[in-house]
Structure formats: C-alpha cells, structure tokens
Design a protein around this ligand. Structure first.
Ligand code: CA
Length: 218
C-alpha cells in the first residue's frame, strides 16, 4: 500500500519513511502543503499522513481544500499540536484520525489499518472476497484451507484486489497502488508477484481477465 507523507522536517520524514517501509508501506513524501494537495489530487495513495506545520499551505488548509474538492483519500493528521481545539478542528475538517507526536510507529501503523478498515466498512482487521481472506494486522492470507503470511509486496497486491472484489485492475493501476514515486518497477513486476501468490495457493486465487487485468471475484 502506498502512503503519502506530508512532513517538512527531514529527520522526522526519513525516520518515518524507513519505519513505515518496514511495516510494509511504500511512502511518497512531500515537504510542503502545496505539494501535499497536488499529490492528493493525483490520487493513488491508500492513506495520507499530514503534518500541520507545513510551508506554503498549512495542514488545516490542505485538509480543508482536499475535502472541499471531494478528495476522499483517508487523511491522518500527524502533529505535535496536541491542543484540544486543534484536534477537534482537524477532525471536523475531515481528518480520519489525529495522532500526536511523539508516537510509536506500531501505533501509527495500527491507526492506519483502523482507518482502512473503517473506510472498507469493517470493524475487524479481516477482509474477505469470495474464498480469499486477508488479515491486515498479520499480513496473512487464506484461500481454500491454505493460510500463509505473505511478504509485503505480495500482500499489498492481494489486499488491493480483495478490497474491491470483482473489480478488474490493470497492470498500471496495480503498479500505481503498489509502488511509490521514483521506485524502479520492472515491466514484469506485477506478473512476478501474481506468479508467487498463485504458487502459494492455487492458480485460481487471482483471476486473469484477458486483455484487461486481474481480479478476485466476490
Ligand atoms: Ca512541520
């Protein structure tokens, strides 16, 4: 899953990119409010993490503009501003959650999962499509009696398909969901991931729709 990180402090940003990377997220980072809004307009991010103290546009302005423009990317405000009125203002402007620095990466990660679950209309960390079930907390996938914990990228692929059962994803769409900006993507990267997932379970776990892409049926 790709995350957008809007954070102007280089040290914090680098630490977060590394820590979230080891939690299985690929992170696109921007350092100003203007660029954050532009990236949100571009779409493709599962969740955006938004600092409030940003140059050009501050986080509240980014949040307000994004929601005014009907951009629906889930947004978690991540800030040192812990005043009650700031938290209330952030949530009322359309933030999905509000995390106060300093925080443990495991908590941020759990909050990201919680936001994704709520957006998917689920109260638990388990998502299902047809015979495929995924657990967002453990990265385990089960299919017809076989259960396995998948490496990050394979898990992200299955998660993307399970979140939208029956929807056909093109190669471009999957690459956009799985890889961050500037990441080298081999032309057969998606095929390789699909090959590995099928090898673990069965060929039918991911359906091929000729000329269109791939899907997991309802
Ligand atoms: Ca800042």
């Amino acid at each position: 899953m790709r995350l957008l990180l809007a954070e102007d402090d280089d040290m914090i940003a680098r630490a977060l990119v590394t820590a979230l990377g080891s939690e299985g997220f690929s992170v696109d980072r921007v350092a100003s409010g203007e660029l954050a809004l532009e990236a949100l307009r571009g779409g493709g991010h599962g969740v955006a993490l938004l600092d409030l103290g940003l140059p050009e546009l501050d986080g509240f302005e980014v949040l307000a503009s994004a929601r005014r423009e009907r951009i629906e990317t889930p947004i978690i405000v991540v800030t040192a501003r812990d005043a009650l009125d700031a938290r209330i203002h952030g949530l009322d402007l359309g933030a999905d959650d509000y995390v106060v620095k300093p925080f443990e990466i495991s908590e941020l990660s759990a909050r990201i999962r919680a936001v994704l679950r709520r957006r998917a209309g689920k109260a638990v960390s388990r998502l299902e499509a047809g015979e495929v079930a995924v657990d967002l907390a453990t990265h385990s996938v089960s299919y017809r009696g076989t259960e396995a914990v998948l490496p990050n990228r394979e898990f992200a692929l299955v998660q993307a398909l399970v979140e939208r059962p029956g929807m056909i994803f093109s190669r471009d769409r999957l690459e956009e969901k799985l890889y961050g900006w500037g990441e080298e993507v081999e032309s057969n990267a998606i095929d390789v991931l699909i090959h590995y997932v099928r090898k673990r379970f069965d060929k039918d776990v991911i359906r091929n729709v000729r000329g269109a892409g791939w899907m997991i049926p309802r």
